[in-house]
Design a protein around this ligand. Structure first.
Ligand code: SF4
Length: 415
């Protein structure tokens, strides 16, 4: 068995700018909630943020709050409070942790940002079921609690080819949400502003893709674990200039690292692709575990989920319909296999890890034989690990460590 060593993981300097961005974002929301000067819309992470931003809403994303509950390891103790209200321990642990935090009146924002008590109160809640049905139930809970309107888009699932005939229904739903939103904000949607926001969002997507693509360099300047926090501005701030400014700084740093041959993991030996959700409460532990074996988990479907290449400022509604339907999570297994296959090639991957997240079947792709089919086709070995995004009762650290070490040993033998 490979011996665990201390390996230096290079710190990304631009992460400081990312943290500042997130702090500014939450303070702006908090100020809006306290003064009532701006209206706040809650939005799902791959929901129609561009429309909301163009209309003048500040946009809050409960999933990032719940990821913080996971990362701060508050989530596991809070989940039972949502279970007591009838939300099963088997459904999304973002939902259960977040509702548990609400019931208990606690928030990781209060720990991270002085003066902030918790999430801003919503004036409207907007979901898109492209990722799962749980988001609808999650938002419905808060719509009732806050007596705020709930607006949603219902998208297709298991899509093999994103054809033109799928677009009109989604486009119509996007257009139909404008009127109820106008009632909340008290002014009409300005189409020029909408186009501008969609253009900025597309630029954000292009920059984020370039950032993630730097991991194809050998050694990779980036790890998946870095990516899960660096993606914060793309999730909460797409459609703004400040977000794009941040990614330009980050990209320049990573490109410089590539030029200098500086890897994120010292003496990178093995390159791994991660499929599925991160285990938020174990980001640091997992990062250290892999790095200690000179292994870099460098690419993932998860971080790629905020790439929306079809966005087009000249055709905002249709291009949004397309962008939010082309997402990996919405697609058929045939498409997903082909997609991961291309990623393995592009990133020069030695092995794949599939995270079977107990409470997120939508983002766990190892339950219907995909790992076996892909490994047979590509010769790239895989490992499935049991766990969860937020509920730490669903994973065994010992088991994960043993399995990961055995997997790296197998990679060693393959070399
Ligand atoms: S995709 Fe998974 S983690 Fe995200 S909201 Fe849905 S069930 Fe929860």
């Amino acid at each position: 068995m490979p011996e665990e060593k201390k390996v230096v993981r290079k710190v990304i300097k631009a992460a400081r700018d990312g943290n500042k961005f997130m702090a500014d974002y939450y303070y702006e929301l908090d100020n809006a909630a306290k003064t009532g000067e701006r209206k706040v819309a809650w939005c799902t992470s791959v929901g129609p943020a561009e429309i909301l931003r163009a209309m003048g809403f500040l946009v809050y994303f409960p999933e990032t709050h719940s990821a913080m509950l996971g990362a701060t390891r508050m989530a596991t103790d809070l989940i039972p409070y949502a279970n007591a209200l009838g939300y099963s321990p088997e459904i999304c642990s973002y939902l259960t942790a977040d509702i548990g935090a609400y019931v208990q009146g606690v928030s990781p924002l209060a720990k991270a940002f002085k003066g902030i008590q918790g999430p801003p109160k919503p004036d409207v809640l907007v979901f898109n079921t492209n990722q799962c049905r749980d988001v609808q139930d999650w938002f419905a809970f808060y719509a009732k609690e806050y007596d705020a309107p709930l607006v949603g888009i219902h998208t297709y699932v298991g899509v093999k080819d994103v054809t033109e005939n799928l677009m009109p229904s989604i486009k119509k739903q996007l257009e139909d949400m404008v009127e109820p939103l106008e009632k909340v904000i008290g002014k009409p949607l300005d189409m020029d502003e909408f186009k501008k926001v969609v253009g900025l969002s597309r630029e954000c997507s292009d920059l984020w893709k370039k950032v993630l693509d730097t991991a194809s360099a050998k050694p990779s300047p980036l790890t998946f674990f870095d990516g899960t926090t660096l993606m914060g501005p793309a999730v909460v701030g797409r459609g703004t200039q400040a977000t794009n400014d941040f990614y330009k700084i980050l990209l320049a740093e990573l490109e410089e690292r590539v030029q200098n041959g500086e890897g994120a993991v010292e003496n990178e030996k093995f390159r791994i692709y991660w499929d599925g959700m991160p285990v938020w409460g174990r980001l640091s532990a997992h990062s250290k575990l892999f790095a200690s074996h000179q292994t870099n988990v460098l690419a993932s479907t998860y971080c790629n989920s905020w790439i929306f290449t079809p966005l087009d400022a000249e055709d905002p509604f249709t291009s949004m319909a397309r962008a939010y339907t082309e997402l990996f999570i919405v697609r058929s297994d045939d498409f997903k296999e082909e997609y991961i296959n291309k990623m393995l090639d592009f990133f020069g991957v030695d092995g794949i890890i599939y995270h079977d997240a107990r409470t997120c079947p939508a983002n766990s792709n190892c339950r219907y034989g995909m790992p076996q089919r892909l490994s047979k086709k590509t010769g790239v070995p895989h490992l499935n690990i049991d766990g969860d995004l937020n509920d730490l009762r669903c994973l065994s650290d010992e088991q994960t460590k043993t399995n990961v070490e055995a997997f790296i040993e197998q990679l060693e033998e393959n070399k």
